[in-house]
Design a protein around this ligand. Structure first.
Ligand SMILES: NC(=O)N[C@@H](CC(=O)O)C(=O)O
Ligand SMILES: [Zn+2]
Ligand SMILES: [Zn+2]
Length: 346
């Protein structure tokens, strides 16, 4: 029985760090284990221009613990006013690693997102020309479409037409939640990748709704049926190259989640690696964990793999805090609902 696991240092290809006191509270939780992370730009106001991204990167660097070895990979929030020149310059100087598409109204802080895809075509064409990836929150916002179908409908109505209209555009489907998404990525060729979160490998919609509504399991895209969770587990543990970890760790103060209209987002930075090791072990795929956490992502993004390593050991159930404190706010840590036995030891 394997009881020790050494992995190349992992990266998180989808992370929300927020700003201010929240940033200072959550950043060490990611920097402890991850070498790099794609930093989501959905602040209020959003990170739209190269100048915004440089200022946010500097605030993140300033909030890092002194001994941390962590590189934020910045993104720009795509709006209908985004300037192709500004985006291209930000990419060419190495300031940004990707651009993020939020359909307007699809998720937390997406009000400035895109309504009409035709209006962002010049930016997307420029991105295709320089190889700058587009990270996509893949849900339609049409009120007629059932929330459990929004990812599948997005693929048909928006993503597939977009990829045909802008050949060569490199796309990451963020936080996949359906077997439809898994199939589309499998068949999508080398310019299409996908992140999968830790929590979507663990919960289905029953966890959210059975026996009482559980706001800390509410995230977007919302967890789906069990068969979709199983498809995600199969994809993540397959070792297949274009699936990689993006935790989508998305902290909200407890008071904003435990309320009549609660925010979407699960905070998983603290215990993600322990949970993932448990999941991969259960699938008989511990030998493929490194591909998911540490190899496939940099390969897709055409960045060097990390050189350092991280070690996990299996033992008694790991104890981690139920919540962390962010200024005056409490932020509940994702509860996988099962004991996890793998702890990060170095
Ligand atoms: N995933 C979530 O449920 N929430 C994210 C936004 C997002 O990634 O869609 C957040 O910023 O809180
Ligand atoms: Zn999203
Ligand atoms: Zn997110």
């Amino acid at each position: 029985m394997t009881t020790r696991l050494t992995l190349r240092r992992p990266d998180d290809w989808h992370l929300h760090l927020r700003d201010g006191a929240m940033l200072r509270a959550v950043l060490p939780e990611s920097a402890r284990h991850f070498a790099r992370a794609i930093i989501m730009p959905n602040l209020v106001p959003p990170v739209v221009t190269a100048d915004d991204a440089a200022a946010y990167r500097d605030r993140i660097r300033a909030a890092l613990p002194e001994d941390a070895d962590f590189t934020p990979l910045m993104t720009l929030y795509l709006t209908e006013e985004s300037d192709p020149e500004d985006v291209a310059r930000a990419a060419e100087t190495g300031l940004v690693t990707a651009v993020k598409l939020y359909p307007a109204g699809a998720t937390t802080n997406s009000a400035s997102g895109v309504r009409d895809m035709d209006r962002v075509r010049p930016v997307l064409e420029r991105m295709a020309a320089i190889g700058l990836p587009l990270c996509v929150h893949g849900e339609v916002t049409d009120p007629e479409v059932d929330i459990f179908d929004r990812e599948a409908v997005f693929i048909d109505r928006v993503l597939d037409p977009l990829r045909r209209a802008v050949p060569g555009l490199r796309v990451v489907m963020e936080h996949l939640t359906t077997s439809d998404g898994v199939d589309y990525v499998r068949e999508g060729g080398e310019d299409l990748g996908a992140t999968i979160t830790t929590h979507h490998l663990v919960i289905n919609r029953n966890h959210l709704l059975v026996g009482g509504i559980r706001p800390h399991y509410y995230c977007l895209p919302v967890a789906k049926r069990e068969r979709h969770r199983l498809a995600l587990r199969a994809a993540a543990t397959s070792g297949a190259g274009r699936f990689f970890l993006g935790t989508d760790s998305a902290p909200h103060p407890d008071h904003a989640k435990e309320t009549a209209c609660g925010c979407a987002g699960c905070f998983t930075a603290t215990n993600t690696l322990s949970i993932l090791a448990e999941v991969f072990e259960a699938e008989g795929a511990l030998d493929r964990l490194e591909a998911f956490t540490s190899l496939n992502g940099p390969d897709f993004y055409r960045l060097p793999r990390n050189t350092g390593t991280i070690a996990l050991e299996k033992g008694d159930a790991v104890e981690y805090p139920a919540a962390i404190q962010a200024g005056d706010d409490r932020v509940t840590v994702f509860d996988p609902g099962m004991p996890v036995h793998w702890r990060v030891v170095s």
